[in-house]
Design a protein around this ligand. Structure first.
Ligand SMILES: Cc1cc2nc3c(=O)[nH]c(=O)nc-3n(C[C@H](O)[C@H](O)[C@H](O)COP(=O)(O)O)c2cc1C
Length: 222
């Protein structure tokens, strides 16, 4: 019986896993399978008082898989690094020399998107669920949204010390905006440095000039 299983089941398993791998690879490159997601305008009248939000700001590692409604996702991204002065294109977080070099990628069950703050749209990147690779803690694959902060070094100048320093500080401002929005909205979040950046960059198909700084899952508490 065991010999029979070895003879027939093992090759079948190999074929099945190869097909699954090829299929998931194919999904990975077919971003056109995804539609852009139009985000809603920020609801400026909503939210707790700033002092209340500050008093409730905290890291939380408890996430349910409940999706974020589109209005909440839209408000979250606008709070994070949206355009708050359309005349000049400036944003809700400061950036060194107004480089605006931090891109926010949004990993969700249906795929990976890039936040286009100017158009207020999520542009499709990958038709693949990459949440498990967004950190080395299991909850990244449970949270409905994992934000990935990526520095575009081509928008900066100076040596590595300069670009590392400013991309890290600029990400910190965005991350704190996310923290405060989550405190205001009753959402869980925690910023993550414990990330396999090389693997995640490979999966995302990032270019040489793109550097992952931190990630940040967001969702409702379990
Ligand atoms: C740059 C940075 C990286 C962090 N990386 C992780 C991480 O990988 N995993 C994690 O669980 N928490 C991470 N944290 C969250 C800290 O552990 C947390 O902020 C700290 O314990 C203080 O808790 P509080 O945010 O609730 O005040 C990180 C925080 C910062 C600022």
């Amino acid at each position: 019986m065991i010999t029979l299983m070895r003879k027939y089941l093992w090759p079948a398993f190999l074929v099945l896993s190869t097909v699954t791998f090829l299929f998931s690879g194919a999904c990975g490159v077919l971003a056109e399978e995804l539609e852009p997601i139009k985000l809603s305008a920020p609801r400026l009248e909503k939210g707790k008082l700033l002092m209340e939000a500050l008093s409730e700001r905290q890291s939380s590692r408890s996430f349910s898989s409940e999706p974020l409604p589109i209005e909440v996702l839209s408000d979250l991204l606008w709070a994070a690094f949206g355009v708050n002065r359309p005349d000049s294109g400036r944003r809700t977080a400061p950036s060194a020399r107004n480089w605006q070099e931090i891109d926010i990628y949004v990993a969700m069950e249906k795929g990976l998107y890039l936040y286009d703050a100017g158009q207020n749209v999520l542009q499709p990147v990958l038709a693949q669920d990459i949440r498990a690779a967004c950190g080395l803690q299991a909850f990244t694959q449970i949270a409905p949204v994992d934000l990935i902060f990526v520095a575009d070094l081509s928008k900066m100048s100076g040596d590595k010390t300069i670009t590392d320093f400013y991309s890290a500080t600029d990400t910190g401002f965005i991350s704190q905006n996310v923290y405060l929005f989550c405190a205001s909205e009753g959402l869980s979040t925690v910023v993550l440095g414990w990330v396999d950046r090389i693997r995640l960059a490979e999966i995302m198909g990032l270019k040489e000039n793109q550097k992952i700084v931190l990630t940040q899952p967001v969702g409702y508490a379990e």
